[in-house]
Design a protein around this ligand. Structure first.
Ligand code: GLN
Length: 549
């Protein structure tokens, strides 16, 4: 343990979407690879108390932690890069911080004094940061401040950084992730936007210690010196951060410019070697795939205007990629909007060209019948199928309708008075919904699950007791389990009390891979420890690809 805990704030200049989250994650990985205990925090400027109530097409994936907290997708990046599970205290929004301050005020905990935005809000932010540090016993805490410098919304968090630095000048570093455009008509790297961002940061009392210059190309020495001069830092502290093929290259790239030692130097930490051996071994696999594996993700959240929003399923996509790399395959992922099947615009036979079909989680009615049709196609045509949460429930519905003879089988999420409600609201969720309290009230977080020996799931996990993360309100209706089993569906994973069906599958003798999980395995898939079910799914898909040749 270092003498004092150290805090690295990661802030964004110029514009959003330039990989601040990956930068913060990479810094975490580098510091961990130096043998420091690291924990990572995300601050989001939203009024939403957590990310659970945000529409994924607007905000991207809702990432669920072990303790059930619903957070931003960056928490997923941190967990993947650190290879560790993080707790609730590591995620905060404006809404969360204000809720706590207002609760305390109502509780007379401020003892009659005026409660003010400054300093009381930043003080609560600092309290949470400190609590996260203590909880993890961290030597180094990375804190990513959402939004861009110069925005109104995140000033209060930058104020927290300033106050923390004022208290502990040697223990706080500020890393600004900036963008250096190369305008097409000029063909030259322009540093002015970064200069403005650095000055905006100065105007809230902060000075960048390090600038990560994101660009399409590596930075040359001339630009480094220009940024250094105008942004008031050492030119060695300007780190070149060009676009990369894989996000997992980023820590290695940062180390080329010596970022780790720069940070230990700024923070007065002992100098140590960065040991990225394991990480590099994985990155090598990302480049060495011998053959393509073609996976189609059939979902309903893909279109946002004329853009395809892959962020909605980021953990799913990363899990597919990670498992492909570990299987020695090159992932090729396509997106199919299930609504196209319903409209008859696209024939189901397009599925034939893929090696595996995955249906991720989701909510509500749109696109659902198209997904059920797609699942039927994969079952009948023996294309490897992997269903996550809604993808499992819809596979059960498909099986009920077409094999178990339960015509009109449906989830009560869509049809309250379904003839055969094979998926129904969980008992524990009924009262919650009646009250109309939606935020943070689903079945959330890690629960234990028992795996039945000899099943596909058991072969994949190689274990009988596992734990996986959940986010749902509905479940397989216990009243239908016997009928579904008689018809050949196997519930290979169940809650320890046997009540909740956590995994549904077809035996290996019937189908190369047909499996759905009530939980979200994607949340526990990490580069250095790929998820066993994703591994099994991709392996089956790879075999289909091979046999087609
Ligand atoms: N809508 C389904 C439920 O609430 C599935 C949720 C999900 O896929 N995350 O049970």
């Amino acid at each position: 343990m270092a003498e004092n805990p150290k805090y690295i704030f990661v802030v964004g200049g110029v514009m959003s979407g330039i990989g601040k989250g990956i930068a913060a994650s990479s810094i975490g990985r580098i510091m961990k690879s130096k043998g420091f205990k690291v924990t990572s925090i995300k601050i989001d400027p939203y009024i939403n108390v957590d990310a659970g109530t945000m529409n994924p097409t607007e905000h991207g994936e809702v990432f669920v932690l072990d303790d059930g907290y619903e957070t931003d997708q960056d928490m997923g990046n941190y967990e993947r890069f650190l290879g560790e599970s993080l707790p609730e205290i590591n995620y905060m929004t404006t809404g969360r911080v204000y809720t706590e301050v207002i609760r305390r005020e109502r509780n007379l905990e401020y003892k009659g004094k005026n409660v003010e935005v400054v300093p009381d809000i930043p003080l609560e932010v600092i309290r949470r940061i400190t609590e996260a540090q203590k909880k993890a016993g961290a030597d180094v805490v990375t804190i990513e401040v959402g939004g861009t410098i110069g925005e109104y919304q995140n000033i209060i968090f930058l104020e927290a950084a300033r106050m923390l630095k004022q208290r502990h000048p040697r223990d706080v570093a500020v890393v600004m992730v900036s963008y250096v455009p190369v305008p097409g008509n000029i063909g030259e790297m322009k540093t002015k936007p970064t200069q403005y961002a650095a000055r905006s940061l100065n105007s809230v009392g902060l000075q960048a210690d390090v600038i990560l210059a994101r660009s399409t190309q590596p930075l040359d020495q001339k630009r480094k010196e220009k940024i250094a001069l105008f942004c008031n830092i050492l030119s060695e502290h300007v780190i070149s951060a060009p676009d990369v093929k894989s996000i997992y290259d980023v820590p290695i790239n940062f180390e080329k410019d010596g970022l780790g030692n720069i940070l230990t130097d700024i923070l007065g930490l002992p100098e140590r070697k960065t040991d990225l051996t394991e990480w590099e071994a994985f990155v090598k696999k990302t480049k060495n795939g011998s053959r393509e594996v073609n996976i189609a993700v059939v979902g309903k959240y893909f279109d946002s205007g004329s853009f395809v929003l892959a962020d909605v399923y980021i953990s799913v996509l990363e899990a597919i990629k990670i498992a492909s790399h570990h299987n020695g395959l090159k992932p090729k992922i396509s997106y199919i909007n299930s609504k196209d099947f319903e409209a008859g615009e696209v024939p189901l036979s397009v599925l034939e060209q893929y090696d595996g079909i995955l249906v991720p989680g989701g909510f509500g009615e749109t696109g659902i019948e198209g997904i059920v049709q797609a699942i039927e196609y994969t079952r009948v045509h023996k294309i490897p199928y992997f269903g996550l949460c809604y993808g499992m429930q819809l596979a059960v519905i498909e099986y009920a309708r077409h094999v178990a003879g339960l015509e009109g089988a449906q989830t009560t999420e869509i049809k309250k008075d379904a003839t055969h409600p094979v998926i129904d609201i969980m008992e524990s969720q009924k009262a919650v919904l009646k009250k109309g309290s939606f935020g943070g009230t689903m079945r959330l977080g890690a629960y234990p699950c028992n795996i039945i020996k000899g099943t596909v799931a058991h072969r994949a996990y190689g274990a009988e007791n596992i734990s996986e993360r959940h986010r749902h309100r509905y479940e397989v209706n216990p009243a239908y389990i016997e009928r579904l089993e008689k018809a050949g569906l196997v519930f290979s994973g169940r809650s320890p009390d046997g009540v909740l069906m956590e995994i549904a599958e077809l035996p290996h003798t019937e189908h190369p891979f047909f499996l759905g999980t009530q939980f979200h395995p994607e949340f526990l898939s990490r580069p250095l420890t790929p998820h066993p079910l994703f591994m099994a799914f991709i392996k089956a898909a790879g075999e289909r690809g091979e046999s087609k040749k």
